[in-house]
Design a protein around this ligand. Structure first.
Ligand SMILES: [Zn+2]
Ligand SMILES: [Zn+2]
Length: 348
């Protein structure tokens, strides 16, 4: 029941969003707390066309939706915006386009209400141990491949039916149902995702483990640390990692950098990439995890490791600067160009 009706002002119950909760997850909990169907809430939020679930609202964060939610819940628009991926993209990706793909954000591949791509990851143990399971914003971040609490690799599909997790669909198809299963349940087959098997991935040494986790789990994106150095802007280090990942996975001969790095990290043998030239965000969890960590490994002990591997793989140095070079940090550009400035790594 609504105190003033949906056309009116404030919903009687408006649960606060949980730590790192994604907008769409909060929307589902908001509807359920008020005993209305998610579907009905969205129809009223968006008018008759209800263009909510047939687009990626978390990434696009339409202002009409945020303002309407602000009116209905009494929470500020800024607070609601902070639950979106658009807010995240603002901080880490200066090339973010509201209607296009965003670097580091996993695409959902929405077609009507279906998700054709596996753009939402989840940690089964988080879902199992949550009092009221909810979806984290970090789970849509492409390099966030391990749970920061449980250190297990995330999953991107239901292990029982193989489909993407559609946590907002629990009640669709049943016109009268307001009660819906928890967001830990696969809406396609009913499997409890909290009991999905979780794997761990171990880097061969603690220095790499710490360096990878520090960057994977950064949460304010203001500054970050790599190889004992502090960077004022995480976006800078992410730009460099992006260039390195592009070359590690390149279909050209420069992609031999992958083998040069992997051979040093795993001299006993290593996994190959399933495909070359595939964009990072379209790869599976294991490959994204591996590529991100390999790029970080390469930037440690700067610049010795980097120079050794670039030489072994015979990579064209200019390739590192072929895109976004004006935005790449000076320490990286000057090393590539061979300026050999002392203490080139510090951006401060
Ligand atoms: Zn977890
Ligand atoms: Zn399933």
């Amino acid at each position: 029941m609504l105190a003033h009706g949906l056309g009116g002002d404030v919903l009687p119950v408006h649960p606060r969003s949980r730590p790192d909760e994604l907008l769409s997850s909060w929307l589902v909990r908001l509807a359920r707390a008020n005993r209305i169907k998610v579907h009905a809430l969205c129809a009223r939020l968006g008018g008759n066309m209800a263009p909510v679930w047939n687009r990626d609202i978390d990434r696009m964060a339409p202002s009409w939706l945020i303002e309407r939610l602000s009116t209905l819940t009494g929470r500020s628009s800024e607070e609601i915006y902070q639950t979106t991926l658009a807010d995240l993209a603002d901080k880490i990706d200066t090339d973010h386009h509201p209607n296009g793909n965003s670097t580091w954000i996993l695409p959902l591949g929405i077609w009507h209400r279906q998700r054709l791509k596996f753009g939402l990851q989840f940690c089964p143990i988080c879902l199992r141990t949550d009092e009221d399971p909810y979806i984290r914003r970090s789970w849509r971040l492409a390099f966030y491949t391990e749970c920061e609490h449980h250190h297990t690799l995330l999953l991107d599909r239901c292990p029982s039916c193989g489909k993407a997790h559609a946590y907002f669909r629990g009640e669709l198809g049943d016109r009268d149902a307001v009660r819906a299963p928890s967001m830990a349940i696969c809406s396609h087959c009913g499997f409890d995702l909290g009991f999905a098997p979780a794997d761990r991935f171990e880097w061969p040494d603690w220095q790499t483990t710490v360096a990878v986790r520090t960057l994977q789990f950064m949460n304010d994106f203001g500054w970050s640390i790599l190889g004992g150095k502090t960077y004022e802007k995480s976006a800078d280090i992410l730009l460099v990692l992006r260039r390195v990942i592009t070359i590690l996975s390149s279909p050209t001969k420069d992609g031999q950098l992958y083998d040069a790095v992997a051979d040093q990290i795993w001299p006993q043998g290593y996994d190959l990439l399933g495909s070359r030239g595939e964009p990072y965000e379209r790869r599976g969890v294991a490959e994204r995890n591996r590529l991100f960590g390999m790029a970080i490994w390469l930037l440690q002990e700067w610049p010795q490791r980097f120079e050794t591997c670039v030489q072994i793989a015979d990579v064209r140095r200019s390739y590192f600067l072929s895109q976004a070079s004006s935005r790449l940090p000076t320490w990286f550009v000057s090393q590539i160009r061979g300026d050999h400035r002392p203490a080139a790594m510090s951006s401060q």
